[in-house]
Ligand binder design. Sequence first.
Ligand SMILES: NC(=O)c1ccc[n+]([C@@H]2O[C@H](COP(=O)([O-])OP(=O)(O)OC[C@H]3O[C@@H](n4cnc5c(N)ncnc54)[C@H](O)[C@@H]3O)[C@@H](O)[C@H]2O)c1
Length: 405
Amino acid sequence: MTEPEPIELGSRFACDVVIVGGCGHAGLPLAVAFAERGAKVVSYDISDRAIEAVNAGRLPFHEPAVERSLRRAVNAGRLVASADPAVVAAAEHVIVIISDLDEHASGRPDSIRAALARCSDHFRDDQILILRSITTPGTTAIAEKMVASRGIDMDVAFCPDRIAEGMAMTELFELPQIVASRTARGLERASRLFSRLTPELIPMTVEEAELAKLFTNAWRYIRFAAANQFYLIASDIGLDYERIRQCLSRDYPRAGDLARAGFAAGPYLLKDTAGLARANPSFTLGRAAIAINQGMPGYLMSKIELRYDLAAMTVGVLGMAFKGGSDDTRSSLAYLLADLLAAKARDVLCTDPLVTSDPDLLPLEEVLSRADLLVIGAPHPQYRDLRTDTPVVDVWNLRRQGVLG
Ligand SMILES: NC(=O)c1ccc[n+]([C@@H]2O[C@H](COP(=O)([O-])OP(=O)(O)OC[C@H]3O[C@@H](n4cnc5c(N)ncnc54)[C@H](O)[C@@H]3O)[C@@H](O)[C@H]2O)c1
């Protein structure tokens, strides 16, 4: 690969890009991607643990594809992490990528506003503020007003992140990037920055782009809810949804996107659906999707209780992350399932091959040797060929042996 051209440095700025929330799952791959393309990047974050890891060239979370590029960027001096909000003044482009709602998608959606307030003393003329993560329509307009009220000559843009966790280092360079700003200058500057990563840019108005971001995640979440609803209908009359799905979609492309049943969770899909529902009372489809997807552990639990005498059993939950192949437990329904099981079973033991944030997790071998019943909580590939004589409840049908063991 040829060496990327460095991004032109504005003469007044020591760095090209500062990322607020730059040590997180979305912010850090973005910082690394810009550094790969020759930019000088600062990751501003409030997590001392994450900052220490990044400056040592280590990832604070599991995403193997980012690790090598991170080390290269840090060693080359193109990426540094800092907890000092004053670093915000050092870069021409200020990208904000933090969560806007708490993990239950409730409460006042003001963390982006709080983050902006915390670093806005360091905003300067000629910078561009680029929001990347919003969960409520109208957040960009709020940022524009805040900048205007401070009398700073700063462009504001919204360029949403649409990357799937675990895919960042491919998708940042391959997916088209939506760019939006109310001013021609803002649009031009945001476009110039992101054209360093990806050849295809999609200009939209700010309000269109905000809805585009929320629709993207809500659509995916609703599709999972439709699959889960069909699963409930089939299993209520004793039929195997997965078998029906495979048969109806075989050589029938119009049904090729019908998903498997499973726990649909994680930090983006639920929050964006909930954010859209908060702002739009008429979004009944979104509310129904939340009820169906969040209700899956309770439904599975009712089926397990019909078949097994839980009070006499130790149950092992295999996989606590919100999806297979991830170490991220945010909004993971495996924890809700473990809580529901804990109320009924003699004991519940949890394990996960990737999660390191939970000290109560046990090694797989111990769970396998002590449990009378196993429930897959996250479809990690490690469980696909698991050998055990203990019955396994497997809502994803990962092991191709049916759901209820
Ligand atoms: N496909 C998508 O829609 C998609 C993909 C990626 C990210 N996102 C958006 O990005 C947001 C962030 O997601 P994430 O997975 O990176 O979360 P994360 O929790 O992994 O990262 C957020 C980071 O921000 C830091 N932070 C929190 N408050 C801060 C503040 N005031 N100042 C500076 N740093 C602060 C945290 O310490 C953390 O390191 C999500 O809410 C989502 O809206 C969306």
